[in-house]
Design a protein around this ligand. Sequence first.
Ligand SMILES: [Zn+2]
Length: 453
Amino acid sequence: MDYLIKNGRIADKNGCYEADLIIKNGKITYIGDGLDATGLEVIDAAGCYVLPGFIDTHTHFDLNTGSAVTADNFDTGTRAAILGGTTSILDFATQERDGTLSEALVQWQRKAEIAHCNYGFHMAIARWDKQTEAEMADMTREGVTSYKMYMVYDALRVDDGSLYAALKAAKQYGALIGVHCENWDTLLRITEEVKARGILGPEGHPLSRPNDIEAEAVARYMRLAKLAGAPAYVVHLSTHEGLEEALRARKRGQEVYLETCPQYLFLDDERYLDADGAKFVMSPPLRKPADNKALMAACASGDIDTIGTDHCSFTMAQKLAAGDFSKIPNGGAGVRWRGELMYTYGVLAGRMNMQRFSALMSGNAASLFGMAGRGRIAKDCAADVVIWDGSVSRTISDTDGQHNCDNTPFNGMEVKGGAKHVFLNGELVVYNGELIAENRGRYIRRRAHGKLR
Ligand SMILES: [Zn+2]
């Protein structure tokens, strides 16, 4: 079926204007006024925004951490995603310490076959050696042009020399490396100090990972990227201090990109004192209102480039089974709510305009991660389109996110706006908030990373 979307207001990273558009054979074929509706299904978008489908740069579906398996797989996770207007996710395929990148990619491709939205993979490198390096060529051929490396977690962390060498290699392939920046050795020491004070509840979690734990790691990553002559991407930036370190690197001429998450913009560490404080245990932890404020200002100014959710869901039973805060499975369920949260507390709160919103939600990620022909409302682009109704409102609850998890950190927040209709690859898959076409997600083969500035 082909479509004419009428009377909406288009907002993409390059501008905001009123126009109709035609979707044919999966693509946006015309944008203009007074378009001929003959043979087309007409969708009236009066009073709504017409946006490029949102891209979530950071999800963990169907992940086994070794001690816990996430509540959401690619069925339930991408269902929640598409109902929130997210037409593409970038999930993390993760290499086993004794495995190869190709094995991880095959495994994640299989997991993702059932997806309801499009998907691509960042490849998490758990071991840097000649074999892994040689596999980067295969990954590029398979359309994987971004990687993740961890400075934390025993099963995943790599040393600084490996990170430096990987940065150099990735640059050859036009690939970006996203890094989870925290100083592992020091945070383990501080965790022991906190526990020695008798603090075992969730309130110990932020105490064990102070802002400097992240800021030191960001600064180190920036210097390693400088030495390697490579671009740098910081995932889930959470602190004012980390932001300062990254901006300092950008100021001295480095190519630096930054991602944050709604939980670091809209929630603070008081939540660890709640009765369900375990819910908020994620790494990095929730921070102070001053950090929320600094990061939000950076989103509005364009210093922060992308918003990912870091959706990594565990049930309350999983969260509460741990003996102390350091053993609570890390992560939260947020993939459903990114659009509503950014629209309500970003756009409606007067902090950013729709153009900036669209860039953060979609356009920047598409450019940065080589998703050619996506992230824009433009002729010949793939028709991943969200008809966004700004007039609806709701209170987010633990259980209405359509994910397979009994909690979300955003429970109780009032939000406005919502994805009324969603087109995926030119097909109407969400109509009036209902998923009407299932399992339509496609693998997105990505090109070399693009520059944003
Ligand atoms: Zn993550």
